[in-house]
Design a protein around this ligand. Sequence first.
Ligand SMILES: Cc1ncc(COP(=O)(O)O)c(C=O)c1O
Length: 400
Amino acid sequence: MMRVPFGTISVTERAKGLVMDALASKRLSSGRLVREFEKRFASIMGAKEGVAVSTGTDADTLALAVLYDFGAKRGDEVIVPALSFVATGNAVLQAGFTPVFVDIDRRTLNIDPALIEERITGRTRAIMPVHLMGKPADMDPIMKLAQKYGIFVIEDAAEAHGAVYKGRKVGTIGDMGAYSLYVAHIISTIEGGMVITDRADFAEVLRSLRSHGRACKCESCVLNINSGYCTKRFAKGGGEDIRFQFERIGFSAKMNELEAAIGLGNLDIFGDILSKKRRNLLSMMEKFQGFEPFLYTIEEEEGEEIGPHGFPIILREDAPFTRNQLVDHMEKSGIDTRNLFLSMPTQCPGFNFLGHREGEYPGAEYIGRSGIHIGVHQEIGEEQIEYVMETISNFLTVNT
Ligand SMILES: Cc1ncc(COP(=O)(O)O)c(C=O)c1O
């Protein structure tokens, strides 16, 4: 039987070499490789600054926490889509803000821009759209609202490496873009995250936040090079020791040199992986059209290029079979499946304390009950795609 795994990871020879070099140098915590990785990542995406952190969740959290330096108060509101990987909602809470959920458009799986304005209040500080499954959220109306109300936009581009919206890479359209570099994503450091921005003042606060909120801005402290040997402390003329001064509530969220080494190797093959994933996605989308009466997936619309994360499959409302029946058939046929994400406020018990009730977010809840996703990764070829489609077709023949 053919196997179609959900994901894979590519580790290049250069990455292995860099890991061995880093180990030999005994310089393992955040240092020059991290700095090089940040610079190359930012330049590939088209941003001026990159700040590497420990995870994608940290990237979301720290990007939000930056706003305290720019007028936000603890407990202020951040608008997020009701449907996302749960980290988006967790990050808002971890940063000390209140998440305000907005339902999604079932067709795009992304935040419905038409529903955002009614949720904006005097305490709204940011909108955090998510480019779910690598499909760009509709950024034009979001940026318009942000301008109108003077609020920030932080893009959760965790799943959307290389996705393009109207000629610009997602993550560069809002004030900051946050990426996950977990193994499931195209550019990976195994675990890791990155925030990109054009604003040097945001980047400076991000570098402080990832290192406990430290005050010192000397290169050694900011980049954590020279094993924390603070150049200010030992600068000619002496001066005050500011190594243990902290000017904001911070996090411990640095990236280490081994992770950056893997990431640097991965950047070399980013373009290749992205184009293979896109080839697979587009081929699957085309072949999937025949299943439309019972199942649907996302579309690539004019002006956008999806940076594929997975291939979503959603049951139509009147499908005469259940999600479990479809999943069972696919898994027995060797095709890995994952349920799609849940409505954070109403289907994830951790958010119960916010007092939302099932039914408030019909779009997100529907996807939470009726969606799955399967792999589109670089090692999947046309033969496997044909097999997936044949498997679904056989299922539909028997069950409809
Ligand atoms: C939309 C979204 N946001 C945030 C994250 C968090 O990333 P991480 O798992 O690296 O913390 C993920 C994870 O993949 C994600 O899919």
